[in-house]
Design a protein. Structure first.
Length: 285
C-alpha cells in the first residue's frame, strides 16, 4: 500500500472560530519539514465577527498562509502590514523570534464575509533556526500555474513537474495545489515524504478512498497516482525528512532549552511588539 496513514482532523479554536488540525499527529509528527497543518474554514461570518488573533510569538519556524476565499490582515514585529487574499502566499520566517497578529481590515469585518484557507508551519533546519526574522509576500501572479496531465496546478513551494516556485525555502520542501475534474488522474511528484490533503471532493489512491477533510500520508519515497472520483481540490505537501522537533504552544525548536527561554522571554515581555497592534497580546498558557 502506498498509504502509510489516513488522518482525520482534530478541531481547534483559533481566535473565535474552529479549524481542522492534521499535523502534528500522534501517528506522525512531520511530513518533510511540515509539522503543522491547519484548514481554516470554510466559514461564514456575520458582520462584526471573524478572524481576531491577538499578537503572539514564534521561534525557529516559518509560517505559510494561503487562502481559497476571504482575507486575513497580517501584521508583525518587523512592521509588516499585509492583507492576504486568495492566491497569494504569505511566508513569515520567525527565526530567532517574531511577534505577529492575524485580524481583519475594518472594511472586511463590517460586512458578512467568508474564510477558507490553509495555514502551515515548517521547521527551519538547525543551522537556520536562529536566522534573522523576515517577511515575504508573493502575489498570485508570482506562483507558477500550469497544467499537468490536464490538471490545473499551482506550485507554491519547491520543484515539481519541471517547474520551480520562486518562494524562499530552507530545505527540500514541496507545497502545491491541484484542481482535479471528475475522472482526472495525477501522479504525485518525487519526494522523500509526502502527504495529500483533500480540501474538497474525493480522490482514490490505489483502492483507498480519501474524502474531503482527510489527509493521506504516503510511505516514504512513494509515488502514487491520484484518481478524482468527483471534482476535487487537493493540496500536496512534502520534502526531506527532518529530525524531531519539540513543540510547546507557539514555540517549536530542536532544543527544549530554547523553548524554555522563549517562554520566559514572552512572559517577561521581551519579544518585540507589533507596530499598530501593541495594546493586546495572548498570554502564555
Amino acid at each position: 500500500m502506498a498509504i502509510k496513514y489516513l488522518i482525520r482532523p482534530k478541531t481547534k479554536d483559533l481566535g473565535g472560530f474552529h479549524v481542522r488540525r492534521f499535523l502534528p499527529h500522534s501517528e506522525q509528527q512531520m511530513v518533510g519539514p511540515w509539522f503543522f497543518f491547519d484548514h481554516m474554514g470554510p466559514a461564514t461570518f456575520d458582520a462584526g465577527e471573524g478572524i481576531n488573533v491577538r499578537p503572539h510569538p514564534h521561534i525557529n519556524l516559518a509560517t505559510v498562509t494561503y487562502l481559497f476565499e476571504g482575507e486575513i490582515l497580517h501584521r508583525d514585529s518587523l512592521g509588516s502590514y499585509q492583507a492576504i487574499v486568495p492566491g497569494d502566499l504569505n511566508l513569515m520566517v520567525a527565526g530567532k523570534g517574531i511577534t505577529h497578529s492575524e485580524r481583519e481590515r475594518d472594511e472586511i469585518n463590517s460586512m458578512p464575509h467568508k474564510l477558507n484557507g490553509l495555514q502551515l508551519w515548517h521547521a527551519l533546519p538547525e543551522k537556520d533556526e536562529e536566522t534573522t526574522p523576515a517577511f515575504h509576500h508573493y502575489k498570485a501572479d508570482d506562483i507558477p500555474h500550469f497544467s499537468e496531465a490536464g490538471v490545473d496546478v499551482d506550485l507554491m513551494m519547491g520543484s515539481a513537474y519541471g517547474f520551480t516556485s520562486p518562494v524562499k525555502i530552507f530545505a527540500d520542501t514541496l507545497y502545491l495545489k491541484a484542481k482535479m475534474k471528475k475522472g482526472d488522474s495525477l501522479s504525485t511528484p518525487n519526494s522523500e515524504q509526502l502527504a495529500i490533503y483533500v480540501v474538497s471532493g474525493e480522490v482514490k489512491i490505489e483502492d483507498k478512498v480519501v474524502s474531503a477533510y482527510e489527509m493521506a500520508i504516503l510511505e516514504d519515497k512513494q509515488v502514487a497516482t491520484l484518481y478524482a472520483s468527483q471534482d476535487s481540490l487537493i493540496a500536496i505537501v512534502g520534502g526531506e525528512k527532518m529530525p524531531k522537533r519539540y513543540i510547546e504552544w507557539n514555540f517549536v525548536s530542536s532544543r527544549t532549552e530554547r523553548i524554555e527561554q522563549a517562554k520566559q522571554d514572552w512572559q517577561g515581555l521581551r519579544f518585540p511588539k507589533v507596530p499598530g497592534d501593541e495594546e493586546e497580546y495572548i498570554p502564555l498558557p
